[in-house]
Structure formats: C-alpha cells, structure tokens
Design a protein around this ligand. Structure first.
Ligand SMILES: Nc1ncnc2c1ncn2[C@@H]1O[C@H](COP(=O)(O)OP(=O)(O)OP(=O)(O)O)[C@@H](O)[C@H]1O
Ligand SMILES: [Mg+2]
Length: 351
C-alpha cells in the first residue's frame, strides 16, 4: 500500500464532462512524483482534490492509511506551492513564511526557529527582513516553497511552480527544488507540462491524458519504454512511418511483424545516416532526400523524405562534416531494435 493512494478517482464538471476519469495512483514516502500531461488533462484537478480544494465525484484518497476525503483542507497537513507566487506584498519574507504557522498556534520562539530553518533550506536566510517586491521571481517562488515546508507537511503539492520564470532560472530552480525535496524527504507531487522538467526532477512520472493515466514509471521507463503512442509522442519526439510497401519491406528486412492496423514509429536519436551500401547486418536502410537541415549545436536534425514518409534523424555532436544540403540523397539507418509498434487503440504492442 502506498503512502498516498488515490483509487478510482472521478471528477465531473457540469452534466457529463469528466476531468478525472478513473484515476488511481500510489505515491511512496519521500518520493518525488510528477503529474505530466497537456493542458486540460486534469493535473490541477487531481492536485486540488488531494489538497481538499475540490471534492471528488467518486473515488478514495488515503494518506498513510487513513481516509483523507473526510478531513477538511486546513487539517490535512499538506503544503502547497502555486504557479503564481502567492506571496503577500506587505509582509516581510519572514512573516510570509510564518503566516502558515499562525492558525496553528505555534509559540513565538518555535516560529522563529522553524521559519529560520525553512528560509535556510531555500537559501533565503539572509533576506528574512526584505519585502517580496524587492525580490526576483525565483526568490519569490522560494518564499512560497519555504511557506509550504514550514508547517512540516505530510505531503507537498506543487502546481507548475516554475512556469512564470525564464528558461535559465527554471532549470536552476528545478535542481534546487529536487535537492531540497531530497533533504526534507517529504513525499511530493509536482505538476508540470514540461517533459524535460519532469524527466529531470522526478523519481517517477505519471503521464496523464484527457482525465486518465497513460503510464506511470521512472523517467527512464517513460522515455525509453513508452507504453502508449501518446506517451511516446508527448515525452520526446516520434517519427511515425507511413504505411505501405516501403515500410513493410523495411520491417520485413528487420524481421519485425505486427497486426496490419499497427502503426510503427522510431525516435529520431535512434536513427543515423550512413553511406550507401554500408548497413550493418540486422539493420535496414531507407534511401531518401534531405528536405531540411537544422543545426542546434550539440545536435542536428536532418529531415529526410523517404518512401516510408518524412523521417527526422537526430545526429549527436554534429561537427562541420555532419552538414547536409537540401536535396542531397542520404541513407537512413534503422537499427532492428529501434522501431516501436502501437495498436489501433494507441497501446504499445511491440518493438
Ligand atoms: N471548476 C471547473 N468547472 C468546470 N470545468 C473545470 C473546472 N476546473 C477545471 N475544469 C476543466 O477540467 C479540465 C481539467 O482541468 P485542469 O485544470 O485539471 O487541467 P490541467 O491539466 O491542470 O491543465 P493546465 O496544464 O492548463 O493547468 C479542463 O478541461 C478544465 O477546463
Ligand atoms: Mg493546471
């Protein structure tokens, strides 16, 4: 049994719309668990149900074995960090963090100790007396994090806490959040629609789509072994081969088979460009013409028009020599273990 368990959760809005449609997840003690999915898939709805800001239409939520749905939100001992910083502009950093302890009737001396500890944890110890207006977005979000942690919550919930920050700060702060979470060891549910952020920060990722769970797994499992076409396309990129003789010939050559209505796809980084006639045994080659070349520094993307469709090949560490001209004839190498097969319903069925 998980530390936090959500079983068969549904949330209906209006007459028939299901924002959550039979969601079950289990989060372990100390785990960094991320809900990842496109806008509108139900991430915030699930988080708010756990926090108690909305009630499920049906389903169960237990924390450490006891029913959470009957506990009022302010008694759930759950810390929450929001997308907008939600800091009080007229209160000092210290008072912003202490605010969470006020209704809990904590003695003044203990407030001082706990707030100082929380501020030190988010590296704001030296700024306790400042007003939030004089602080950067990243610093304001760290106030939010300290305020969530100061109550010693049983669970930490974060809803896209980094989405208002610029790209560089987002990467810095996500590393920091991960480090802090590992230090305090509080089970955390983190919401994002940024796949790279999810891969970087999580112990496990739960990919959601349209109110349902597509897959739960470690970052490596989600990226390297997607169980549905949705997951494969949402986390990373996917080349889907066009059905037809060219594709089937290639699959045949690789000794791969699946039902007729299956779709076959490969990740761009699993492909390579090779000289004509130099395919190693067990691999297949698709000849085509370059229709686009994009150099990105540590990688390059070569888009090739092949008889099996438009295929993007990702080359790592491309030097000058990797440059391809539009119109150039190239050979795309497809290793035997690269193609993935998905059934008509989107479920992974092979490869
Ligand atoms: N109070 C509400 N009344 C009606 N519909 C709602 C309500 N709250 C959410 N919804 C709908 O439920 C669906 C899920 O919303 P939710 O906010 O959980 O999505 P999300 O995954 O957090 O998306 P985002 O990445 O944009 O934040 C959406 O279609 C949304 O419009
Ligand atoms: Mg949301």
């Amino acid at each position: 049994m998980g530390y936090l368990e959500v079983r068969n959760a549904t949330k209906q809005f209006g007459a028939s719309f299901l924002a959550l449609n039979g969601v079950s997840v289990a989060v372990e003690r100390g785990e960094f668990f991320t809900l990842l999915g496109p806008s509108g898939c139900g991430k915030t709805t699930l988080l708010r149900s756990i926090a108690g800001f909305n009630d499920l239409t049906s389903g169960e939520i237990t924390l450490d074995g006891s029913n959470l749905r009957i506990v009022p939100p302010h008694q759930r001992d759950i810390g929450m960090v929001f997308q907008d910083y939600a800091v009080f502009p007229h209160l000092s950093v210290f008072d912003n963090v202490a605010f969470g302890l006020k209704p809990r009737k904590v003695p003044a001396a203990e407030i001082k100790t706990r707030v100082t500890q929380a501020l030190d944890a988010v590296r704001l110890g030296a700024m306790a007396d400042r007003l939030p207006a004089a602080m950067s977005g990243g610093q304001q979000q760290r106030i939010g994090l300290a305020r969530a942690m100061v109550i010693n919550p049983r669970l930490l919930l974060m809803d896209e806490p980094l989405s208002n920050l610029d790209a560089k700060l987002r990467i810095e702060l996500r590393e920091e959040i991960r480090d802090i979470q590992k230090q305090v060891n509080i089970a955390t549910i983190y919401v994002t629609h940024d796949q790279e952020e999810a891969l970087a920060i999580s112990d496990r990722i739960c990919v959601m789509n349209a109110g349902r769970i597509e897959q739960v797994g470690t970052p490596q499992e989600i990226y390297g072994n997607p169980q549905t076409r949705f997951v494969a396309e949402f986390v990373g990129t996917l080349n889907v081969f066009q059905p037809g003789a060219a594709r089937d010939g290639m699959l045949n050559q690789l000794g791969l088979a699946a039902p007729d209505d299956a779709s076959w796809a490969v990740r761009p980084e699993r492909l390579d460009l090779v000289a004509q006639g130099s395919a190693p045994a067990g691999a297949a080659v698709l000849e085509g013409r370059v229709s686009k070349f994009t150099y990105l520094g540590r990688e390059a993307h070569v888009q090739v028009e092949t008889p099996a469709g438009l295929i993007v090949v990702q080359l790592a560490n491309p030097g000058m020599a990797a440059t391809r001209a539009v119109g150039e004839v190239v050979c795309v190498l497809v290793p035997r273990d690269a193609p993935m097969a998905f059934g008509a319903d989107g479920a992974r069925i092979g490869g």
